[in-house]
Design a protein around this ligand. Structure first.
Ligand code: ADE
Length: 239
């Protein structure tokens, strides 16, 4: 998979993706990242990339032309069909279902804004999808792009080891994850739930499902409306 990042700080995004599972995906040739800096496509000795907003108000707005030229360069670098995503707090919420859809593609371009954002005409003309990583405001799209890259890369074939398999992740079934424990069994902070040492796989699976359901009901009840719950799940929830 190829991901191009358009950003005033492309090295920052590359650094975020240089460690752990995503770094390994790069080393294995399963993910290639390419950064494009709009400043390299800006005119004049000041290489200006922003200007004041029409209508007044605080902050600056990113200019159309340097972004458009860097997008054109990124598009031209590979003939595969590409989806252009703009990271912004005004975007649709990023969900695991959306991550799965993005991970099925061979190419993405992630567009990162700074300041108050980018000229809306560029968004209308060039962007396929606007995504937000949450209801808070970052000082730029770079951290959001790093989040997208991480979440997408770990779903690509060959990136996770069997032991790290994404199938049991939180949200893959629409629920929060169950709690996890490791050695020692006895600790001054508490004892591991005995069922996990019972060796009875059906009991363990039932306990984990019940924990996942209970946590979801307590912490994120709205997720239960969307999750496909079985009759057995309903019984576990009521137990
Ligand atoms: N840029 C600034 N804030 C953001 C957010 N919450 N999500 C995505 N991009 C952003």
């Amino acid at each position: 998979m190829r991901i191009d990042v358009i950003s005033l700080f492309p090295e920052f995004v590359a650094q975020c993706a240089a460690f752990g599972v995503v770094g390994r995906a790069g080393e294995r040739g399963l993910l290639s990242l390419h950064g494009w800096n709009p400043r390299d496509y800006a005119e004049g000795s000041y290489r200006r990339v922003d200007d004041r907003p029409f209508g007044g108000g605080p902050g600056m707005v990113m200019l159309i032309d340097p972004l458009r030229a860097s997008l054109a360069a990124a598009r031209a670098a590979d003939p595969a069909p590409v989806k252009v995503i703009y990271l912004s707090p005004q975007g649709a919420p990023l969900t695991q279902a959306k991550v799965r859809e993005l991970a099925s593609r061979e190419r993405l371009i992630l567009l990162c804004g700074r300041y108050e954002g980018i000229d809306e005409r560029l968004v209308q003309a060039e962007v396929d999808e606007e995504l937000s990583i949450g209801d808070y405001v970052l000082s730029g799209g770079e951290l959001a792009a790093a989040v997208v890259i991480d979440a997408v890369a770990r779903l690509r074939d060959g990136v996770l080891n069997d032991a790290e398999s994404a199938v049991q992740d939180s949200f893959e079934d629409g629920l929060l994850d169950c709690p996890h424990y490791t050695r020692p069994v006895e600790h001054e902070l508490g004892t591991v739930p005995p069922v996990l040492m019972s060796g009875n796989h059906a009991d363990i699976a039932r306990w984990r499902r019940q924990q996942a359901l209970g946590r979801t009901a307590q912490r994120r009840p709205e997720l239960l409306d969307e999750a496909a719950l079985s009759k057995a799940d309903r019984r576990l929830l009521d137990a």
